[in-house]
Write a protein that binds this ligand. Structure first.
Ligand SMILES: O=C(O)CCC(=O)C(=O)O
Length: 284
C-alpha cells in the first residue's frame, strides 16, 4: 500500500471514569468532539475500561456485545460523524458462550469496525504490600493478534498488561507494524516503576512508535490509575506525555522516523537467527 502521508496527528484522551456507564460514554463523546474541533486529529485513542470501573466484580455487569452494544454503536457514530479513526480504549465484551473479554474496538472514519482486540495476557499479579489483581477471575483471554492499516501505516493493538510481553511486540514488528497502541490502566504500584520504562523498551526493541492511553487518576476510586498517557517515538524518546488528570494529548507523529532509526541502527537485520528464532510472523 502506498503511504499517503508520513505525518499523522494523534489525540489521546485521558478520561475520568465513574460507575455511571452512560455518563462515561457521554464524556468520551464530548471529549472526542472537543478534540476534533480543536485539533483535527486523524486518529483518537481512549483509555482501557473507559465505560466502567476497573475491577473484576464489574466486568460482567457492564459487558456488552460488539458491535451491537450501546458503547460500540456510539463509537461507530462518533467516528463517522467526525470522520476520524477511533481506537476505542477497551470495554468489557460479552462474547460467545457467555465469556467476558477485555476488548478494544477500532472504528474507521466511515463508522465501520476495522479491528477488535481481546486482551491476550490477563492481568494476574500479586505484589506484596502493593497490588493484587486477578482478571482471570472473570475474564477470558483473547487469542488473536490485531493490526489495522491507517493511511498506509500498519498499527498493532495490545491492551495494558500485553505491553509486558516483548514477544508480542516483536511479532507486530515482524508483521510490518510502525506503531503499537495500548489502551492501558497501570496503577500506583507498577506505574511509577514500569510505565515509561516498558513503553520505551518496546519502542526501542522494535523501532516503532508506542502509544498508551490511561484513565485519569481518581484517588478515591477502588483502582487508582497512574495516568501519564504517552507517545514514545522509535528512538525510544518520550514525544509527549500527560500528567494525572483529565487531559487531551495531541502530537504529530512522523513515520519517516521509523525508517530512519531502522536504517541507522539495523538490529532487526543483525539478529543471529541462526542461533535463536525471532522470525515468526503472526496471522493477522
Ligand atoms: O502490568 C501492570 O503493571 C499493570 C497492568 C494493568 O493494569 C492491566 O493489565 O490492566
Amino acid at each position: 500500500m502506498s503511504k499517503a502521508s508520513n505525518i499523522m496527528r494523534l489525540a489521546l484522551l485521558q478520561l475520568k471514569g465513574s460507575k455511571d456507564k452512560t455518563a462515561n460514554v457521554a464524556n468520551a463523546l464530548g471529549q472526542i468532539e472537543a478534540a476534533v474541533k480543536q485539533h483535527k486529529p486523524r486518529l483518537i485513542t481512549l483509555p482501557e475500561c473507559f465505560n466502567c470501573p476497573y475491577g473484576t466484580k464489574y466486568f460482567r455487569e457492564y459487558s456488552e456485545r460488539i458491535p451491537d452494544g450501546y458503547t460500540s454503536q456510539q463509537l461507530s457514530k462518533a467516528a463517522a460523524d467526525h470522520q476520524v479513526y477511533i481506537v476505542g480504549g477497551t470495554i468489557p465484551e460479552l462474547g460467545e458462550n457467555d465469556a467476558i473479554y477485555n476488548t478494544c474496538t477500532v472504528w474507521a472514519p466511515n463508522g465501520e469496525l476495522i479491528g477488535k482486540h481481546r486482551k491476550m495476557h490477563l492481568f494476574d499479579i500479586d505484589v506484596k504490600g502493593g497490588i493484587r489483581f486477578k482478571e482471570s477471575e472473570t475474564l477470558s483471554a483473547g487469542n488473536e493478534f490485531t493490526t489495522i492499516d491507517v493511511d498506509g501505516h500498519r498499527i498493532g493493538i495490545g491492551i495494558c498488561y500485553d505491553i509486558r510481553f516483548e514477544e508480542m511486540a516483536r511479532l507486530y514488528r515482524n508483521a510490518g507494524c510502525e506503531m503499537i497502541i495500548y489502551p492501558a490502566a497501570f496503577n500506583m504500584t507498577t506505574g511509577p516503576l514500569h510505565w515509561e520504562l516498558l513503553q520505551r523498551a518496546r519502542a526501542n526493541d522494535n523501532q516503532l512508535y508506542v502509544v498508551t492511553t490511561s484513565p485519569a487518576r481518581d484517588s478515591n476510586a477502588e483502582y487508582v490509575a497512574y495516568g501519564h498517557s504517552m507517545i514514545v517515538d522509535p528512538w525510544a524518546k518520550v514525544l509527549k506525555s500527560a500528567s494525572e488528570g483529565e487531559e487531551i494529548v495531541v502530537a504529530d507523529v512522523d513515520f519517516s522516523l521509523v525508517e530512519q532509526v531502522r536504517q541507522q541502527i539495523p538490529v532487526f537485520n543483525q539478529r543471529r537467527v541462526d542461533l535463536y528464532s525471532t522470525k515468526q510472523v503472526p496471522k493477522v
